[in-house]
Design a protein around this ligand. Structure first.
Ligand code: SF4
Length: 354
């Protein structure tokens, strides 16, 4: 073990001994979940620190109704569905976009690709599955701006973008109030800024530390959290100052405010969260697939036996799900947490085995 890691480990051990009780730290972001496993950080932590994976994987938190709505839309000959790769593998109530084998379902690597599909297919209404947090939502806003500038009329979005702070509040207000602190997501924080977590620290008295994805940063973030708890403090700190400013990215935030407004939309496993989902503002509803294609968004139950909801709230670890590694695996996923590379079930399966 190199000396820097040894020092951090000693800081952690000292803090945990002085805290004198087990603590639960939620890593909100799926990228952190994977990094924690990949770098073996879990095994470096002293006993008494429990890490909980949170609702920070975009594919995982997209509700079953949105998946089923996309499946319905894919049946129509007048639409072309564009989506990021992981989404097509998420099982809906009856099948997945991948298994549907429809020529009008396209994987795109960027929102630009989705808009390009609209340019090249003027006879179709292109629907972009707009999922993800504050990290990806600005890119959706940029293509809407571009579509307006070019007068592209056949481009729409099925908007399921999520906001991270309302989800953290929802957890603490009932879904899982046993969380002692949050390791806050690096990517999202670049956009929303570290000050965005102040209500979590000040109102709910939970330490929030923003970290990037390098192992030393993650360990430093966890050490800072433990030291806050040990000294009875709850404040916002960042160990990712190279990328995260207190006020975030003001240009991106303005773009989000221009096109979107928060509403109480559905999350997988967390139900409806006040102000937790983005929808298009009325003046931009020409881009809203729901309005343009005159559809009713579906409200579907989650797969029987799947515990993704409890996993996303940090209430159980994936191996507690009776389907984990038995009938649910990355090659045969039952729930989205096993589909996405950032999903907790997929990470546990890959790094811990069945
Ligand atoms: Fe859902 Fe599969 Fe995870 Fe169980 S193991 S919670 S079925 S994704």
């Amino acid at each position: 073990m190199n000396s820097s890691i040894e020092l951090l480990r000693n800081r952690l051990t000292n803090a945990v001994e002085k805290i004198g009780r087990p603590i639960q730290i939620m890593e909100v972001c799926g990228t952190h979940t994977v990094a924690l496993f990949r770098h073996g950080i879990r095994s470096l932590l002293p006993e008494g620190i429990r890490l909980l994976s949170g609702p920070g994987c975009p594919v995982c938190v997209t509700d079953q109704g949105t998946i089923d709505t996309l499946l319905e839309l894919a049946q129509r000959s007048d639409t072309l569905i564009t989506t990021y790769g992981d989404m097509i593998r998420v099982p809906g109530s009856r099948t997945s976009l991948e298994k549907l084998h429809r020529p009008n379902v396209r994987i795109v690597l960027s929102t630009d690709d989705a808009l390009d599909a609209a340019r090249k297919n003027p006879d179709k209404t292109v629907v972009f599955a707009a999922v993800g947090f504050e990290t990806t939502a600005p890119a959706t806003a940029v293509v809407l701006q571009q579509a307006l500038a070019e007068g592209i009329r056949n481009f729409t979005i099925l908007c399921a973008h999520k906001l991270v702070i309302p989800a953290m509040k929802a957890l603490l207000e009932g879904r899982n109030d046993k969380i002692d602190a949050f390791l806050c997501p690096g990517h999202v924080s670049v956009i929303i800024g570290s000050d965005a977590y102040r209500p979590i620290a000040e109102t709910y008295h939970r330490p929030c530390v923003v970290a990037g994805f390098e192992p030393m940063q993650i360990l430093e973030g966890i050490a800072r959290i433990c030291e806050q708890i040990r000294s009875g403090r709850a404040c916002v700190e960042s160990v990712y100052q190279a990328a995260v400013r207190p006020a975030g990215n003001e240009i991106a935030l303005k773009l989000l405010e221009e096109f979107f407004e928060p509403w109480d939309g559905p999350w997988r496993g967390l139900g409806r969260i006040p102000g937790g989902t983005l929808r298009l503002k009325k003046q931009y509803e020409q881009f809203d697939a729901v309005k343009r294609l005159d559809i009713t968004p579906l409200d579907s139950p989650e797969p029987a036996g799947c515990m993704c909801g409890r996993v996303l709230c940090g209430l159980v670890e994936p191996p507690s799900c009776p389907l984990f590694g038995k009938i649910c695996s990355p090659n045969h996923p039952i729930g989205p947490c096993m589909v996405s590379t950032e999903g907790a079930c997929s990470a546990w399966y890959k790094y811990r085995g069945r």
